[in-house]
Design a protein around this ligand. Structure first.
Ligand code: PLP
Length: 372
């Protein structure tokens, strides 16, 4: 199996598995209990917290662990609305955001929040003039992701945060696909990240919160995580997240250079006839979303059972719905069906990627001949 679905999830790093092992097999204490074992688990979680904070690299805030980035995003949005100053009732976001943002915003809109979803330009980038026109004293929060999960396009987060702050609004950045891969942009007040996208375990994420901008609690109960997010933390998951963050920090340059080389190898092996979806300059190069005239992407995936790649996001692929991100770029239904996403990273070898891309190209050409 050649795994080319790094945006959906990433393989667990061996170093992470090793760090988690004692917390799976031997150490079972509740990190919030006052016993010596409890304190040991608590201390391990605090080390992990520092590791995640260091890898996030932003100043003036701290991290609370959550069960996923989806939870972190729900919490950031709903908890900020809960604490909104009088008169600030609007959320501004973008049509290409992940469902965790869009669906939560729609949920809030159904309960009275005034929601603006900005379109994107054909290259997937937000139009800052358009954003400027939307920002006024009624805006509570602006939510924009740093790297898009379907097309890899990056947004100018620091500029967006500056503009939001000038209007007195908060800025939430979904940094799930940027974290551990690119430097996170300065500026946002709230930043959501997830362990399983950086070779950590599934089932743990985090919300970085600027001091003083913490959202109201979403989960109530035992008061863990400074009273902001109740629920017993899982030391094994937090330790795994910390180890993955530390590794991502140490490997940052090496991983980045590796991905740049892989991108070039993939483009070369695919050959002519493909169009890259989204900006070719403002992007993360471990995400290659491409289309080809007349291609049936779903058939290609079915034909190449030993290569794992996808049609768009894992959610969009599962639902059979055309990707809302590709639609936002202006692609019609036919072109969204002719698009595939290849995602690669730390453990992808140049040889396997070139091999997979050559086979993808050969099958695409065969489809054309069959359909001709
Ligand atoms: N945001 C983006 C951009 C993602 O790619 C994902 C995962 O696919 C999420 C949010 C949700 O992350 P999690 O799986 O931790 O809930």
């Amino acid at each position: 199996m050649i795994y080319l679905d790094y945006q959906a999830t990433t393989p667990l790093a061996p170093e992470v598995a090793k760090a988690m092992q004692p917390w799976i097999e031997e150490k079972f204490a509740n990190p919030h209990s006052p016993s010596r074992w409890g304190h040991e688990a608590e201390a391990a979680i605090e080390v992990a917290r520092k590791q995640v904070e260091r890898a996030i690299g932003l100043k003036g805030g701290s991290v609370a662990f959550t069960g996923s980035a989806t939870e972190a995003i729900n919490w950031a949005l709903k908890g900020s609305v809960e604490k909104a100053p009088r008169g600030r009732n609007r959320i501004v976001t973008v049509a290409t955001e992940h469902a965790a943002v869009l669906d939560t915003c729609e949920w809030l809109a159904a309960r009275g929040i005034d929601l603006t979803i900005l379109p994107v330009q054909p290259d997937g980038r937000i139009d800052l003039d358009l954003l400027a026109r939307e920002l006024d004293e009624r805006v509570l929060l602006v939510a924009v992701m740093q790297v898009n999960n379907e097309i890899g396009v990056t947004q100018p987060i620091s500029e967006i945060a500056d503009m939001s702050h000038k209007a007195g609004a908060l800025m939430l950045c979904d940094a799930v696909q940027a974290f551990g891969r690119l430097d996170l942009c300065n500026g946002p007040d709230l930043v959501a990240v997830s362990a399983h996208k950086i070779h950590g375990p599934k089932g743990v994420g985090a919300l970085w919160m600027r001091k003083g901008k913490e959202p109201a609690a979403l989960l109530h109960g035992g008061g863990q995580e400074q009273g902001l997010r109740s629920g017993t933390l899982a030391p094994m998951l937090c330790v795994g997240f910390g180890a993955a963050a530390k590794l991502a920090d140490e490997h940052r340059t090496r991983d980045y250079d590796h991905v740049q080389r892989l991108w070039k190898a993939a483009i070369a092996a695919l050959g002519p006839g493909w169009v890259i979806n989204g900006s070719t300059t403002h992007r993360y190069h471990g995400n290659l979303n491409i289309r080809r005239e007349g291609l049936d992407g779903a058939r290609l995936i079915a034909d190449l059972r030993d290569v794992a790649f996808s049609l768009g996001s894992a959610c969009a692929s599962g639902s059979g719905r055309p990707s809302h991100v590709l639609r936002a770029l202006g692609l019609d239904y036919r072109l969204t069906r002719s698009s595939i996403r290849l995602g690669f990273g730390r453990y992808t070898t140049q040889h396997e990627l070139s091999d997979a891309c050559a086979r993808i190209a050969a099958h695409a050409v065969a489809q054309e001949k069959l359909d001709a």
